[in-house]
Design a protein around this ligand. Structure first.
Ligand SMILES: Cc1ncc(C[n+]2csc(CCOP(=O)(O)OP(=O)(O)O)c2C)c(N)n1
Length: 826
């Protein structure tokens, strides 16, 4: 039925009839027959208590085994598009293909069950319709030119999807059940139902779609922003056709969909310019239970999908035992994604045949539900009966295939890799730090001047804000060597030089375009028109590009997205900036499960940078500490880098080094706040035209000091100022700008240079139970040999800092006095 036809019909209908249709379009989903077990009653809706031919027709479309929520979408064209698809007869489907997939899915589960009794597999039984659903989505996508499907899912049915959709040979999975190669993953690796997999999906018409099922941790939904970031990166690589060619499909448990905030954050991001992927298809594999928890304890609303209703996107509910309806819904959702570049949600309502895992007995917590499930036939039987096909030959055929695969697995000595890295990772490496990886990061003076010119220029007639104009004037002076460089300019020069060298730069974070501390101003705003102009963009050549976005007010999802982006753009400098460093604790899952551990668990690298403003400046408990201690605790086997650059030049070299070295390691940076413009932390142009990042910044003295203060960050500048004030000539101040990988050689050299030193003192702003203390003291003790080692720090504290500015100043004064061996009372 064409759209014109729908409109014509509408005109012909009386107002009363139209009201009936409107009610069903609006509320029909509440009376749709969605639950295959019949456990959920249709909702009572007075609006739908109508009869007659109009009501019957509308009921048929909206209260069958498909229910759709779409009347919350303000865009009329989109509503009409859905209406048209819903109010037309179901198109034909390939029944044999559906039956084959159902049988493959169930036989796969049963084979594992019989061979590996007592092992967790997180069976898909009760939701095997997921396979024909994915098949429909990916087949349709191939018709739109999709070449790559980025899939994300948790444990449930993952093994099944790996084999039957991603196309990995079953022998690879069996090998992991047999655990044929334990030595290769001593202390590392991951369980089989979290591993990533790359493969090829072959559509019914023979078209192929490369599939990547993204590695994910146990933390439900944490992978969502990661897959979106990866999709965006892959789309960006492909240029204008990217959105057409790369499709994201996410799968969720019903409890997780409703409960996990990171998912709500991700969903919110999908339509934002900085994070858009042209829409994705989100499937709730809704088995109406979460571990032992019933839906009534999962969400206060009728549907677990309700969180998605905050966005103008359609939600299709479908009974997982009407397999042809499932296929139809998959196609509609996919077509919608391609028609409008919008996401769509599919709520696949089924059940879970076994316990949460197969070793769990669900009859203890849901005895009635499981009594029903116990006598409920498997999906293939229901469908084979419906279409009148004898399924036995298919069942026996798939069983024989799996038997052969299992025999093959037993012959394997190693776990075959299930994943292939894309070519753009060639040439990059992870593993242990190796000094031979270092590269030159200095930039010629003429080049810096040219970049300085470019980043301070704006078009004729652009109405610049007077404060910004002044800043640009100062930056011009910095670039010409007339004024020392601050961090903001050092960053602009680092970005500009990378862009000119063909390195793409992407930075997102809260208020990052201006900079929380007014330090960046990469986007200039015309005060008459609010038009924005980004001078740095003009420097991007040789395939480089620049993206700087203000992120939504989320940490977990945005960091996850940028981590994901970095996974598919190793040649770009990808940065996430926290508003204040402590807010990164909202993204701790991404840090723990992906950034710190992904190389260890999955052998996957990332060069993502986290910029975390850190510094004890009397701003209270929450704006002082970026929790350096947490990152240090996560550091092992050179998995991440942790730096606190003490000057603008150090920041410049550190950023360039991160992009230009072939070593891809996440970089956690404690960035300055008050030090941003402090002359003590500023640098000369010469420090950019020569030198490199120094993991340890030596004391400027001749090495004759008798006491050596070791520190990192702002306190070092305060110690230097205090030393000057006290006219002290016997104390050295050494900055440790790189805490991890621990710069043993450099620190040992600096400590050994101070032959007269009687004691080495670690000084930090943070309380004794925070900061670098616990990490670094044993290292310093080791390097000091028999010389004394002490530390000066705030007393242990439950919160990072005092709420009183005056108390802070008193404490700071005490720290500085103690560092110079003077008790404040003296
Ligand atoms: C963030 C998080 N919290 C708790 C768990 C433990 N857990 C694993 S599966 C599960 C139930 C998930 O239910 P649902 O989302 O409905 O998916 P299902 O297992 O039913 O497919 C729970 C609580 C987890 N993995 N991640």
């Amino acid at each position: 039925m064409s759209r014109g036809h729908v409109v014509e019909e509408t005109l012909l209908r009386s107002e009363a009839q139209e009201r009936i249709w409107d009610s069903f379009r609006r509320w029909g989903y509440l009376q749709a027959t969605l639950d295959p077990l019949g456990h959920t009653e249709p909702a009572g809706m007075p609006e739908l208590e109508v009869s007659g031919p109009e009501a019957d027709a509308a009921r048929k479309f909206y209260c069958g085994t498909v229910g759709v929520e779409f009347m919350h979408i303000a865009d009329r064209e989109r509503r009409q598009w859905i209406q048209e698809r819903m109010e037309s007869e179901a198109p034909s489907v390939d029944r044999t293909r559906i039956l084959q997939l159902l049988i493959k899915g169930e036989v796969f589960e049963q084979t594992i069950q019989s061979r590996y009794l007592g092992t967790k597999r997180f069976s898909l039984e009760g939701e095997v319709a997921l396979l024909p659903l994915l098949d429909a989505i990916l087949s349709s996508a191939s018709g739109y030119g999709a070449e790559k499907g980025m899939l994300a899912m948790s444990h449930r049915g993952r093994l099944n999807v790996m084999v039957n959709i991603v196309g990995r040979p079953a022998a690879e999975l069996f090998a992991r059940f047999e655990d044929v190669d334990p030595r290769s993953v001593l202390g590392g690796g991951d369980v089989k139902y979290h591993m990533g997999a790359t493969g090829e999906f072959v559509a019914a018409n023979g078209r192929k779609v490369e599939i990547h099922l993204v590695s994910n941790p146990s933390h439900l939904e944490a992978v969502d922003p990661v897959v979106m970031g990866r999709t965006r990166a892959k789309q960006t690589r492909r240029g204008p056709q990217g959105r057409q060619q790369v499709l994201a499909v996410t799968m969720h448990g019903d409890a997780a969909f409703a409960g996990q905030g990171i998912w709500a954050e991700t969903l919110n991001m999908t339509g934002l310019p900085g994070y858009d992927v042209g829409g994705a298809v989100h499937i709730i594999v809704n088995n109406m239970i979460g571990f032992t928890t019933n839906p009534c304890d999962t969400t206060p609303t009728r549907f677990t999908s309700d969180i998605a209703k905050r966005l103008p996107i359609p939600i299709f509910h479908v009974n997982a035992e009407d397999f042809e309806a499932v296929v139809r819904v998959g196609r509609i959702a996919l077509d919608y994604r391609y028609a409008f570049g919008s996401s769509a949600v599919i709520d696949l309502v089924g059940y879970r045949r076994h316990g949460h895992s197969e070793v769990d007995d669900p009859t203890i917590t849901q005895p009635l539900r499981y009594r029903k499930i116990g006598v409920h036939p498997p999906t293939w039987q229901i469908y084979a009966d419906k279409i009148g096909v004898n399924p036995q030959p298919l069942i026996e055929g798939f069983r024989a295939d799996l038997d052969a695969a299992q025999k093959h697995a037993l012959e394997l000595e190693k776990n075959p890799p299930m994943r292939r890295l894309p070519r753009y990772w060639n040439g990059y490496r992870g593993g242990k730090y190796d000094p031979s990886l270092e590269v030159d990061t200095a930039v010629a003076e003429a080049e810096l001047k040219a970049i300085g010119e470019a980043v301070t220029k704006y078009p004729e007639g652009f109405h610049i804000h007077p404060k910004v104009e002044k800043l640009l004037d100062q930056r011009r002076e910095m670039a010409s060597g007339k004024r020392s460089l601050d961090y903001g300019m050092a960053e602009a020069l680092a970005f500009g030089s990378l862009l000119k060298g063909g390195v793409p730069v992407r930075l997102t974070g809260q208020d990052s375009r201006r900079g929380t501390f007014n330090q960046r101003h990469d986007a200039l705003i015309d005060i008459e028109t609010e038009q924005e102009y980004v001078p740095l963009e003009k420097l991007a050549i040789n395939g480089a590009w620049l993206e700087i976005y203000n992120s939504p007010l989320s940490e977990a999802a945005v960091l996850g997205f940028e981590y994901g982006f970095s996974r598919d753009y190793p040649e770009a400098l990808v940065l996430w900036e926290a508003q204040f460093g402590d807010f990164a604790n909202g993204a701790q899952i991404i840090m723990d499960q992906f950034i710190a551990a992904s190389e260890d668990k999955w052998n996957l690298l990332s060069g993502v940078v986290m910029l975390l403003p850190h510094g004890y400046e009397g701003q209270g408990p929450e704006h002082s500490s970026a929790r350096l201690e947490r990152y240090l605790q996560l550091a092992a086997r050179d998995n991440i880098q942790i730096c606190q650059p003490s000057t603008a030049a150090q920041y410049f070299h550190m950023l360039r080094r991160q992009a230009l070295r072939k070593w891809r390691k996440p970089l956690v940076v404690m960035t300055p706040k008050s030090m941003l413009r402090n002359p003590a932390a500023s640098s000369s142009l010469a420090q950019l035209t020569g030198g490199r990042f120094q993991p340890v910044v030596p004391d400027r003295g001749d090495g004759s000091a008798t006491r050596v203060l070791l520190c990192t960050g702002k306190i070092g500048h305060e110690l230097e100022a205090e030393r000057k004030k006290r006219k002290d000539t016997s104390t050295a101040v050494v900055f440790v700008d790189q805490l991890y990988p621990f710069p043993e050689t450099e620190l040992a050299a600096e400590m050994d240079r101070h032959q007269n030193a009687r004691e080495f003192i670690w000084v930090q702003d943070e309380p004794a139970n925070m900061g670098a203390l616990a990490f670094i003291l044993p290292q310093i003790e080791r390097l000091a040999h028999d010389r004394a080692v002490r530390s000066i720090k705030r007393s242990p504290s439950a919160s990072p800092a005092t709420g009183s500015h005056k108390a802070h100043e008193l404490e700071q004064k005490t720290l500085l006095s103690l560092a110079f061996g003077v008790h404040p009372a003296e």
